[in-house]
Write a protein that binds this ligand. Structure first.
Ligand code: FPP
Ligand code: MG
Ligand code: MG
Length: 335
């Protein structure tokens, strides 16, 4: 159903806004700071080399819904939302690399490995603070509320991940917890900025909900594919260590699905794969001894299909077709 979309390059459609995004963020950071070290560290991740998938989604969604409302222009406030999404994402990754003690991201040393954990935490806070300045410039109470929820979602998603996995005893409880965590960790940062540009476009409330649900389903598909790639790709492709989730003691969708036919996995999940051989054994059961990869992929695709259904409640435009291609890219990506 999604094949026809691949002809459109979504990146090209918003190229002019996307290409200056990292520089615009850098400009804001440099303008609001004095100390050279803080400036250098705060701009480290805005080198224009990231995937910038969140700004891409926000910019295309804004264009798509503006067209629906009979307006062909993108507002500066909507551009700010795209920048804020990327800044919150980056700040959360800086903090995440401290929590996970990761040395490498996107094939480069992490900030915490360069400047230490204390400074990395402060730099994450600094990026977040400058994103709030942009939020203040938008000056819209609903947008402030919507964007603030992303931060509470991210923190609560991390806590859900830290929770003792032995606490949940039924499969449905475990899977519901996994889906809720995936929303909070990932889909929220796609859904809520889409909702915010919808508010700025003055969409009627029903369509504000539609654009949120579009982003939510797209974000869930994104995270479920991310969890699959941990099993399907090697570390060189990913730019970060593979089987990372298992090694970090985290049971994602594929493991939970494989456990239905291999209950011995539940014990490994409960002890966070911390015994010698657990990681390899779990990997083998998931990849070679069950249909979990296939089922997880089907689930990701069903989220993609839901995103498409919500998208189609908006008028057709090249931007809508661009978003169809984004859904396709998310489902077929290899890194
Ligand atoms: C990456 O996950 C991390 C996240 C999606 C969210 C991290 C959120 C926080 C640290 C909470 C608060 C931070 C702020 C600034 C509000 P991962 O470790 O599974 O993926 P990775 O392989 O990319 O490291
Ligand atoms: Mg991490
Ligand atoms: Mg993490």
């Amino acid at each position: 159903i999604l094949n026809k979309a691949s002809a459109v390059s979504p990146q090209k459609l918003v190229e002019s806004d996307l290409s200056c995004l990292a520089d615009a963020i850098k400009g804001e950071i440099l303008e609001h700071l004095e100390a050279d070290e803080v400036k250098a560290l705060s701009t480290y991740h805005f080198d224009g080399k990231g995937k910038a998938i969140r700004p891409l989604i926000v910019l295309l969604t804004a264009r798509c819904i503006n067209h629906h409302m009979g307006n062909e222009e993108l507002s500066q406030h909507q551009r700010y939302v795209a920048m804020i999404a990327e800044m919150i994402h980056t700040a959360s990754l800086i903090h995440d690399d401290v929590i996970d003690e990761s040395d490498i991201r996107r094939g480069r040393p992490t900030l915490s490995s360069l400047c230490g954990q204390k400074k990395a935490i402060l730099i994450g806070d600094c990026v977040l603070a400058i994103s709030s300045l942009l939020l203040a410039r938008i000056g819209h109470a609903d947008v402030y509320r919507i964007i603030s929820q992303i931060l509470t979602d991210l923190v609560q998603g991390e806590f859900m991940q830290m929770e003792n996995p032995a606490k949940r005893v039924t499969q449905s409880d475990r899977f519901a917890h996994y889906l809720e965590k995936s929303f909070k960790k990932t889909a929220s940062l796609m859904a809520r900025p889409c909702e915010a540009v919808g508010v700025l476009a003055r969409l009627p409330p029903k369509l504000q909900e539609t654009v949120f649900l579009f982003g939510r389903n797209l974000g869930m598909a994104f995270q479920l594919v991310d969890d699959l790639l941990d099993f399907e790709c090697d570390s060189q492709q990913l730019g970060k260590p593979a089987m990372n989730d298992l090694r970090s003691g985290i049971a994602t969708g594929p493991v939970l699905l494989a456990a239905e036919s291999h209950p011995e996995l539940y014990e490994m999940i409960g002890r966070r794969f911390n015994r010698d051989g657990d990681v390899e054994k779990a990997y083998h059961l998931v990849v070679d001894e069950s249909d979990a990869i296939l089922r997880a992929r089907n689930l990701a695709e069903s989220y993609g299909a839901s995103a498409l259904r919500y998208l189609h409640l908006f008028k057709d435009s090249e931007y809508r077709r661009g978003l169809e291609a984004v859904i396709d890219q998310i489902l077929t990506r290899r890194k």
